[in-house]
Write a protein that binds this ligand. Structure first.
Ligand code: CUA
Length: 386
């Protein structure tokens, strides 16, 4: 037994196939290429290469030519470097010191002047584009944008004052919009790659950003400043409607929520008044247990939320998504399609299990410990908030 053990112990180690160096370099190269190409998408929803509207077009007009020029310069420089590395490499057995050169006035003038000229031209076009993109239109529709942990609120102004939405920003096509971007807690960054660039959302400051879209559709964006637990779940959707559709949408948004009449929805509204209305505003009324029609009181959520504001749910069902855009509220994020009930139920059962939040620190929605029948009643009520 012992000798057998020894024999095994002293057996020659199995020889693992050694991969050749060029092969390893090739494998690493392919892996790197795959990684880099994974960032490419022809029709990505957040591609800056599909500009929409004049502001994004101006940025594209600046970026595209310089992208090509920089590409050509880059290829030239890399090409020359690689060529020289190979041509003048040290060869085995050749100990000679290469001929030493110093100073070539025409070359030095050229490689100082050429980049200086290129950068000056680039700076001119960059500055004029920045000025032009930030020029305020004559009478834009002004919408206030508030970032908070972890969703975006839109407060409309002027003739649309009173409209408040969350995550979904609805605007008419072919209309100048000025967003006034701010934050209610930490620094966020508002980014709409297909409509304009980025703006930091800084508490105590208001930073304007212009957008305008010619084609109705949905344009995606997201928070691009790390802002805590659910930074990744802080999305933006700009829904561009035709001018007529926008007028219909806006007229509906300005209406208060009517008190529900269906039995389950009535119970749901009472449950909402008890458990939800200290944070979530409903502009409207419900019928209480005594049969009396009561208005939902204005929310003062400063006691229960760091930011002081939870999404206004008066017209919840006109939105496509919820929870900062983490889940579809309706199938495909389209309010015209059926309710995505499974995700809404799961959210009401335990919000933090569906999106990282810190309700104990007054950031995000707490687990309300709802029973299944309370959840059914609440959804019956929420479904009336068209
Ligand atoms: Cu808000 Cu990241």
């Amino acid at each position: 037994m012992t000798s057998g053990f020894r024999a095994r112990r002293h057996a020659a180690p199995t020889i693992e196939p050694v991969r050749s160096r060029p092969r390893r370099v090739a494998v690493a190269g392919v892996a790197l290429l795959g990684l880099v190409l994974a960032g490419c998408a022809n029709k990505g929803p957040e591609s800056t290469f599909r500009p929409e509207g004049k502001y994004a077009q101006k940025i594209d007009n600046l970026a595209r030519p310089w992208f090509y020029i920089a590409g050509v310069v880059g290829l030239l420089v890399f090409g020359v470097v690689v060529y020289i590395i190979f041509k003048y490499r040290a060869r085995a057995g050749d100990e000679r010191v290469p001929r030493q050169l110093h100073g070539n006035t025409p070359l030095e003038i050229m490689w100082t002047a050429a980049p200086a000229v290129l950068l000056t031209v680039m700076a001119y076009f960059t500055v004029t584009t920045v000025i032009s993109v930030n020029k305020t239109a004559k009478s834009p529709m002004v919408i206030e944008v508030y970032g908070q942990q972890w969703w975006w609120e839109y407060d409309y102004t002027g003739p649309y004052a009173g409209i408040v939405t969350a995550t979904d920003l609805v605007i008419p096509a072919k209309t100048e919009i000025q967003l006034k971007i701010s934050s209610r807690d930490v620094v966020h960054s508002y980014w709409l790659p297909r409509l304009n660039g980025k703006r930091d959302a800084v508490p105590g400051r208001t930073q304007p950003m212009n957008i305008e879209a010619d084609t109705p559709g949905v344009y995606m964006g997201q928070c691009t400043e790390f802002c805590g637990l659910s930074h990744a779940n802080m999305r933006e959707r700009v829904i561009v409607l035709s001018e007529a559709d926008f007028a219909t949408w806006a007229a509906n948004q300005l209406k208060p929520a009517a008190a529900p009449t269906d039995a389950a929805a009535v119970r749901g509204a009472q449950s909402f008044a008890q458990r939800c209305s200290s944070c979530h505003q409903i502009n409207g009324s419900y019928v209480d247990a005594a049969g009396k029609t009561v208005q939902f009181a204005p929310v003062d959520a400063s006691v229960s939320l760091v930011s002081g504001v939870a999404p206004n749910l008066t017209h919840l069902m006109s939105r496509g998504v919820f929870a900062g855009g983490t889940y579809d509220l309706h199938v495909d994020g389209d309010p015209a399609k059926p309710l995505n009930r499974p995700d809404l139920e799961a959210w009401l059962r335990n919000p933090s299990s569906r999106k990282p939040m810190a309700p104990d620190e007054r950031r995000g929605m707490p687990n309300l410990g709802l029973t299944e029948s309370q959840i059914d009643d609440l959804i019956a009520y929420l479904s009336t908030l068209k």
